[in-house]
Design a binder for this molecule. Structure first.
Ligand SMILES: [Zn+2]
Length: 277
């Protein structure tokens, strides 16, 4: 539920969990959530200010990958997430009734909209090719680059995305809100590390240079994005988001275009990549 309560919602679209196709569907919530691995960081700016983010209760369901790696999926609790008129989703919660105490208890998770400039990955784009070596549609190579003493692969995104945080990271976000009195108008690094066998996440001010900060566009976006509480409750399961990456236009005069391109190429050769986005 939101930090500030906004009232009741209709429930006719309740469709439950459908994680199987989430990875393949570019409009799925899963695909539109910022995801980073240990050692990586995403550069972002909050679109939603702190108090308009959603804080709902979830059950942590332990799972295991085929390779034996443990993971947790979070399922919305239809019993505990209530507003003054009753439950937001009016179906019984099967997890509250679980005999496994770890599953039956709930945890708060914070969901908010951020503008995702891009991510510095530790590995090249693993989705660039299909298993039989064909280039996959819609995938681009990430630029290999040096940042400090480390090599990263830079993925440019430049679109609104969801940030889904644990309660621990939420406290980190809250601390930033308290310090700056707003989360807006600053660029943050959302980072992941794995010093022990637990992956940790943090939000800190970013020192990455962004070519265009899209400050006004980001402020303008805030009212047009799908409702966070409906997304948390899985009453919205797909989003259609747009990238602010400049469209490529071809000038009418091909010779002029060739010259411009040649000049641009020269500049690019001389200029050092400063690790910006
Ligand atoms: Zn429950």
């Amino acid at each position: 539920m939101p930090l500030i309560n906004k009232g009741m919602y209709s429930q006719q679209n309740f469709s439950g969990s459908d994680s199987g196709s989430d990875f393949r569907n570019p409009k799925s919530i899963w695909r539109n959530t910022v995801r980073i691995k240990p050692g990586e960081h995403a550069v972002l700016r909050f679109i939603t200010d702190f108090k308009n983010g959603d804080m709902s209760q979830f059950h942590g369901i332990p799972g295991m990958t085929q390779k034996g790696q443990a993971f947790t999926t979070y399922e919305y609790c239809s019993k505990k997430n209530c507003n003054e008129t009753g439950p937001i989703v009016n179906v019984p919660c099967e997890h509250c009734a679980s005999a496994d105490e770890r599953i039956a208890k709930t945890t708060s998770r914070y969901l908010t909209w951020v503008f995702h400039y891009g991510t510095f990955h530790v590995e090249a784009n693993p989705f660039l090719f299909t298993p039989d070596g064909q280039e996959r549609e819609g995938q681009v190579a990430w630029d290999q680059m040096q940042k400090g003493n480390r090599t990263f692969y830079r993925e440019t995104v430049k679109k609104p995305q969801l940030l889904n945080t644990s309660f621990t990271l939420f406290k980190n976000v809250e601390e930033k809100y308290e310090r700056y009195s707003t989360l807006l108008d600053r660029t943050f690094d959302y980072s992941s590390s794995r010093p022990t066998n637990i992956t940790q996440y943090s939000i800190e001010l970013s020192d990455t240079t962004v070519t265009t900060d899209y400050a006004q566009e980001i402020l303008d976006m805030s009212n047009d994005l799908p409702d966070l509480e409906l997304i948390a409750a899985k009453l919205i399961t797909e989003v259609d988001l747009f990238s602010l990456d400049e469209p490529v236009t071809v000038p009418a005069d091909p010779q002029k275009y060739e010259n411009a391109f040649a000049n641009m190429a020269n500049i690019a050769e001389d200029a050092e990549d400063d690790g910006g986005l």
